[in-house]
Design a protein around this ligand. Structure first.
Ligand code: PMP
Length: 449
């Protein structure tokens, strides 16, 4: 069978359920599969089998800031496939992977000079948690086993990431398999004080004191690491209050707790800087990354660590493996080749500066939705925004779902989780496209209200 099809021929297979779709209401999709098919993509648009053009309001899943089918990346993939398509990463490496580590370290805050590669955000997070455990053990503090996450945090779906994550539906089915010793800080969102905030809210930095409370409860000597998304993405763009991340940093430093910034969404320009760490001027001990580093084209993730962490591992007997961890595809040459092309384009086209220029355009446009009675909150920062809708009477999530499904017919690929719409458009978007996106959302909200 031909691999390239117009999409119509797979409808029956979807109906049968042969393909079990991830994070999807499968039964709903099986009832109307055709409505959920994407068959091609170019620039900031996706196309459906019947040729409908959809503006990509979330850069795929926050991962394609350069848009789709970028010729430079297509070329890099082809060249790499012809030169070195795979190389084992244990005991061996290849030049482009080494250079990529150097390049990523160069983008990270000073003193974060070491990069460990994985293949996804989930793997990056689990790697970081394991680095934290190993680091403490090597320092004769192996009793530090507790991990702290946050309510509403999303850190992927591995056992580690799921455990430190704070999204209830993602946790409850697997409650029996959670990592032991995990606790959570409260999330920082309080609509009473923060509704319709632009950029960082002034209110809420005192939530960082939750960490002191957990230290008081568990004793600092048992806590290994705190993991936070600088801006919580998956739960609808929850922006940290002014001073909050800095205070977390102070408390972690005071108690010897490692601070991990999960920058799977915010890394590589989404906040208008290399990493959110630089935007908020707070340096963690580790940064996890994924998504945008390869523009979503091939999977890649990784962890950037401080010199202190790396050097701690580089002790012990000569010739011993210092960190018994890694993946068959760590630093995959296809992924690293793509990442180089992505970073080249980002640099040459000054795309992080473009994000900074687009931020006020998106802010102005999205906050213009405030007059709609069905909108109960709007937040934004960098090239991200979240819009909360008033849930329909007795049917939470129904309004969000209706908007998502209608958007597919009316030219917008939207990300709706419950009744929250998240925006993370491509960096290559024009101001007109951003305004058009919000105009389209206005019409959709009106049509389902
Ligand atoms: N961490 C964060 C902050 C994320 O947003 C995500 C994905 N949305 C992940 C981890 C997991 O990444 P992946 O789906 O690539 O495993």
């Amino acid at each position: 069978m031909s691999k390239l099809t117009n999409g119509f021929d797979c409808v029956e297979t979807i109906r049968k359920g042969t393909y079990w779709m991830p994070f999807t209401a499968n039964r709903r999709v099986r009832a109307d599969p055709q409505a959920r098919l994407l068959t091609s993509a170019k620039g900031p648009y996706y196309y459906t089998p019947d040729g409908t053009e959809l503006f990509d309001t979330l850069s795929g899943l926050w991962c394609s800031p350069l848009g789709h089918a970028h010729p430079r990346i297509v070329e890099a993939l082809k060249t790499q496939a012809e030169t070195l398509d795979y190389a084992p990463p244990f005991q061996l490496t290849n030049p482009q992977t080494v250079h990529l580590a150097e390049r990523i370290a160069g983008l990270a805050p000073d003193g974060m000079d070491h990069v460990f590669f994985a293949n996804s955000g989930s793997e990056a997070v689990d790697t970081a948690l394991k680095i934290a455990l190993g680091y403490h053990r090597l320092r004769q503090e192996g009793q530090r086993f507790r991990m702290i996450g946050r309510e509403r945090g999303y850190h992927g779906v591995g056992f580690g990431g799921m455990s430190v994550g704070g999204i209830v539906p993602n946790r409850k089915m697997f409650a029996s398999g959670m990592m032991p010793g995990v606790d959570h800080l409260r999330h920082t969102y309080n609509p009473e004080h923060m509704a319709f905030s632009r950029g960082q809210p002034e209110w809420g930095a005192d939530h960082a004191e939750d960490l002191e409370r957990l230290v008081g409860l568990h004793d600092a000597s048992t806590i290994a690491a705190l993991i936070v998304e600088p801006v919580q993405g998956s739960t609808g763009v929850i922006v940290p209050p002014v001073g909050y991340l800095r205070r977390l940093r102070e408390i972690c430093t005071k108690h010897g707790i490692l601070l991990i910034f999960d920058e799977v969404i915010t890394g590589f320009g989404r906040m208008g800087e290399n990493f959110a760490a630089q935007r908020f001027d707070v340096t963690p001990d580790m940064i996890t990354f994924a998504k945008a580093v390869t523009n979503g084209i091939v999977p890649m993730g990784g962890v950037i660590v401080t010199d202190e962490i790396y050097n701690t591992f580089m002790t012990g007997p000569e010739n011993a493996i210092e960190f018994a961890h890694g993946y068959t595809y760590s630093g995959h040459p296809m992924a690293t080749a793509v990442a180089h092309a992505v970073l080249d384009v980002m640099e040459e086209e000054c795309l992080f500066a473009r994000v900074r220029a687009l931020e006020p355009v998106l802010e102005e446009a999205v906050h213009g939705l405030r007059d709609l009675p069905a909108v109960r909150d709007i937040r934004n920062m960098g090239l991200t925004a979240g819009v909360d809708l008033v849930p329909a009477e007795g049917a939470p999530g129904a309004r969000g779902l209706a908007i998502f499904e209608r958007g597919l017919r009316e030219g917008l690929l939207l990300r709706c989780t419950g009744d929250t719409i998240s925006f993370g458009p491509p960096f290559i978007s024009t101001p007109e496209q951003l305004r058009g996106m919000i105009d389209g959302v206005r019409r959709l909200i009106q049509s389902v209200s």
